[in-house]
Ligand binder design. Structure first.
Ligand SMILES: *Cc1c(COP(=O)(O)O)cnc(C)c1O
Length: 225
């Protein structure tokens, strides 16, 4: 691992992110040594996609790391991350909310979650459709139905395309949906503050649309093998 190059890329990424926007370093497939090196440069928020990988790495790294789970989470894997996860970004179905709620209770802690919205023109991406989310919130206050969870906002992944105006429209749509849900009264105004959108390739568009959390892997660690 080239620590000098890592430090340079990290500094560059940090410089491109305004104050108040949280940088989550996406460390899926990276070694414990690479993560430790970035930690030593001051990074504390890391994002992982695979529950077992996260479960195995977590005990080998410092306790004050905030672990974000950003991938597609299967119900039977929730138990691996429930005891320590800082924020689950990709909550995309009611059954997962049920499972998270149950595992949070078992672990005697509250779990912070983001609702993932399907904003891309791609079938491979996950998430609630906006209509499904409207139906979910109109069925009652989310915290009444899932009392062990704290609903912190929305997450979305844009279409993987060179048409950056499309990407921008998709992010704008996600931002507008957050406002709409706030206005519906089903989510708490002071808590439903986050918009997790933006990766290495679409960071600029996400920031322009009002992202509060960006999930950056390649631009910090280099290409994944
Ligand atoms: C891998 C991944 C990222 C980071 O992607 P990069 O292109 O490496 O910045 C962000 N979000 C999710 C959900 C991912 O799976």
């Amino acid at each position: 691992m080239d620590k000098v190059a890592l430090a340079e890329r990290y500094a560059q990424v940090k410089a491109s992110i305004p104050n108040g926007v949280e940088l989550i370093a996406v460390s899926k497939t990276r070694t414990v040594e690479e993560i430790q090196a970035l930690y030593d440069l001051g990074q504390r928020a890391f994002g992982e996609n695979y529950p077992q990988e996260l479960r195995d790495k977590q005990p080998l790294l410092p306790d004050d790391i905030q672990w974000h789970f950003i991938g597609h989470l299967q119900g039977n894997k929730v138990k691996y991350v429930a005891p320590f996860v800082h924020l689950v970004h990709g909550v995309d179905r009611e059954r997962l909310l049920n499972e998270l709620n149950k595992r949070a209770a078992n672990a005697e802690r509250t779990i912070d979650v983001l609702l993932q919205v399907h904003i891309a023109q791609e079938d491979t991406k996950h998430g609630f459709l906006p209509e499904e989310l409207r139906a979910l919130v109109s069925a009652g206050k989310l915290t009444d139905r899932w009392p062990e969870l704290r609903f912190r906002g929305l997450m979305g992944m844009a279409t993987n395309t060179d048409d950056l105006s499309q990407v921008r429209r998709e992010f704008d749509g996600l931002a507008a949906l957050r406002v709409e849900l706030l206005e519906s009264g089903a989510v708490s105004t002071d808590r439903f503050t986050e918009l997790s959108m933006g990766m290495s390739a679409d960071l600029t568009e996400a920031l322009a649309a009002g992202s509060t959390m960006v999930r950056i892997g390649t631009a910090i660690f280099g290409e994944r093998s």
